[in-house]
Design a binder for this molecule. Structure first.
Ligand SMILES: O=C(O)/C=C/C(=O)CC(=O)CC(=O)O
Ligand SMILES: [Ca+2]
Ligand SMILES: [Mg+2]
Length: 423
C-alpha cells in the first residue's frame, strides 16, 4: 500500500483544496479535441496529468508509455500491484511542490484542464456482479418486498448474496438513462410499458485489477491486492418489473437496462487512511470468509435529485461506505470460492448502501416505502419514484486533517421511454 503523506502538497494551484489533492491521484481515460486519442490520465485539482505524454517525455519510468496510451485502464491494471504502487509513488513525487515538473517547459502540455477533456468508460468491463452487502438495505427490502417478520433471508448472514449483472450496459455517468419498458404486473395479469417505478441505487463499484485462475479461489487474505480501485455506481432499477420477475432466479431486465459509473477510479491506496474496522460477524461465518482486520472505509456518500423543471437540487441521502456487512475482500473470496475466475476490468457492485437513519437510505424504494410515502423536494415537488427529466447526482468524499479525497461526480438524467412497437 502506498499512502501519500498528508503534509505534502501538489504544485497545481487549488489542488489541495479540491477533491483531487496529491493524496488522491485517481486514474481515468480522457481525450481532448487537440489530442483525440483516448489515454490514461490522473486527476490533480481541476487538471489532468497526461500520463502517456509524461512517460513519453521520460518523466515516468515505472510504467511504459504503451500501457498508458490505451483507451482503457486494463493494460495498466494488468501490470499488478507492485507496479501500481511504484507508479503512485512516482506520480506523487512528480506532482508535489518543488518537483522539477512545476518548472518543466512542457508542463502545460502535460497538464490538461478537466474542463477541456472528455472522459470515457475507464475499463473494458468483462463482467459485472452486483452484491447485496448492506444489512440495512437488505432488511428494508425484505420488509417491503417480502415479510417484515423475516426481513433478512436465512442465508443473508452466511453468504454474501449477489447476482451476475449485465456488463454491456454499464455506462459512464452523463449518458441519458432511458426509462425502460418492461412487464408491469397488474390484477388482470402483466402489461407491457414504461416502468412507473424507476429508482436509483447508491453503490460503490470495485474494479478488479488482476486475473485469477479458473478453479483457484482467491483467499480472503489476498483479495485486497486484487482491487485496483473504486468508483461511484448507480444501479438503476425498475421496481415493479423487479418484483414481478425476480423469483426464483433474481433480478434480470429490471436492472439490466443501464448502470452508471463515475469516470475517476480512486486507488484503494488513497482510502487507506480512512479505514474503519467492521464489527465481528454474528453468527460466525465459514472459514473461507473469515478475515483478520475486517474493514471498510469512512467515505460519505451523497445523493441529490433535481427535477428537469427546477433550478436547484435537493439533497436526498447522506450514507457512508462504512454501512457494509461484508467487506470488499469477503465479496471477492466468495466470488472466487467456487473456482469462478475474475478478470482485470471486472466490476463488483457492493449493493445499495443504506444507513439506519431515514436520510441515509440508498434508494427511493426505501425512502418512499415503495412509493407509499412521497419524498418532498425543496422546490415543492414530490416524488414517489423518478420522473423523466430528473437528474441524480452522486458524490463521495473522505475527510481528514483538511484533506478531502473525492470520487468526482456521477450525474445522470432520466429520459423518456422509447415507444415500443406494439402488436
Ligand atoms: O431484496 C430484493 O429482492 C432485492 C433487492 C435489490 O434490489 C437490491 C439489489 O440490486 C442488490 C443491492 O443493490 O443491494
Ligand atoms: Ca443493486
Ligand atoms: Mg444495473
Amino acid at each position: 500500500m502506498h499512502t501519500i503523506d498528508f503534509a505534502l502538497r501538489a504544485f497545481v494551484p487549488g489542488a489541495q483544496d479540491s477533491e483531487f489533492p496529491l493524496q488522491n491521484l485517481p486514474y481515468g481515460i480522457f481525450n481532448t479535441a487537440r489530442a483525440p486519442r483516448p489515454r490514461v490520465g490522473v486527476a490533480i485539482g481541476d487538471q489532468i496529468l497526461d500520463l502517456a505524454a509524461a512517460a513519453q517525455a521520460g518523466l515516468l519510468v515505472s510504467v511504459s508509455a504503451d500501457a498508458l496510451l490505451q483507451p482503457t485502464l486494463n493494460a495498466l491494471a494488468a501490470l499488478g500491484r507492485a507496479r501500481w504502487t511504484a507508479l503512485r509513488a512516482e506520480l506523487a513525487a512528480l506532482l508535489q511542490e518543488g518537483s522539477p515538473l512545476a518548472t518543466y517547459p512542457q508542463a502545460t502540455q502535460l497538464l490538461v484542464p478537466q474542463a477541456e477533456a472528455r472522459m470515457h468508460l475507464p475499463f473494458a468491463i468483462g463482467g459485472f456482479t452486483d452484491f447485496y452487502a448492506s444489512e440495512n438495505h437488505a432488511y428494508n427490502c425484505g420488509c417491503l418486498f417480502r415479510d417484515p417478520a423475516n426481513a433478512l433471508p436465512p442465508n443473508w448472514k452466511h453468504i454474501p448474496i449477489g447476482y451476475n449483472g449485465r456488463a454491456s450496459s454499464v455506462m459512464l455517468g452523463g449518458a441519458p438513462v432511458v426509462r425502460p419498458n418492461g412487464q408491469l404486473p397488474g390484477k388482470e395479469g402483466p402489461s407491457w410499458g414504461p416502468t412507473q417505478s424507476l429508482d436509483f441505487e447508491l453503490e460503490i463499484g470495485v474494479f478488479i485489477g488482476r486475473d485469477t485462475e479458473l478453479g483457484q479461489p482467491l483467499p480472503v487474505a489476498q483479495a485486497q491486492d486484487a482491487i485496483f480501485g473504486v468508483v461511484l455506481l448507480n444501479d438503476w432499477s425498475a421496481r415493479e418489473v423487479q418484483r414481478w420477475e425476480y423469483a426464483p432466479l433474481g433480478p434480470f431486465q429490471a436492472k439490466a437496462f443501464h448502470t452508471s459509473i463515475s469516470p475517476w477510479v480512486v486507488p484503494l491506496d488513497a482510502l487507506q487512511p480512512f479505514r474503519v474496522a467492521l464489527p465481528p460477524q454474528q453468527p460466525t461465518v465459514l472459514p473461507y470468509l473469515q478475515q483478520a482486520q475486517r474493514h471498510s472505509y469512512d467515505v460519505q456518500l451523497s445523493v441529490s435529485l433535481q427535477p428537469g423543471t427546477a433550478d436547484r437540487a435537493t439533497p436526498i441521502s447522506c450514507s457512508n461506505l462504512q454501512h457494509l456487512y461484508w467487506s470488499f475482500e469477503q465479496l471477492i473470496a466468495h466470488h472466487t470460492g467456487s473456482g469462478c475466475n475474475l478478470r482485470v476490468g471486472d466490476l463488483l457492485g457492493t449493493g445499495t448502501i443504506s444507513g439506519t437513519d431515514h436520510d441515509a437510505l440508498g434508494c427511493m424504494l426505501e425512502m418512499t416505502r415503495n412509493g407509499q410515502e412521497p419524498l418532498h423536494l425543496l422546490t415543492g415537488e414530490a416524488r414517489r419514484f423518478l420522473e423523466d427529466g430528473d437528474t441524480l447526482r452522486f458524490s463521495a468524499q473522505a475527510h481528514q486533517g483538511g484533506i478531502r479525497i473525492g470520487f468526482g461526480e456521477l450525474c445522470s438524467t432520466v429520459a423518456p421511454a422509447v415507444a415500443y412497437p406494439q402488436g
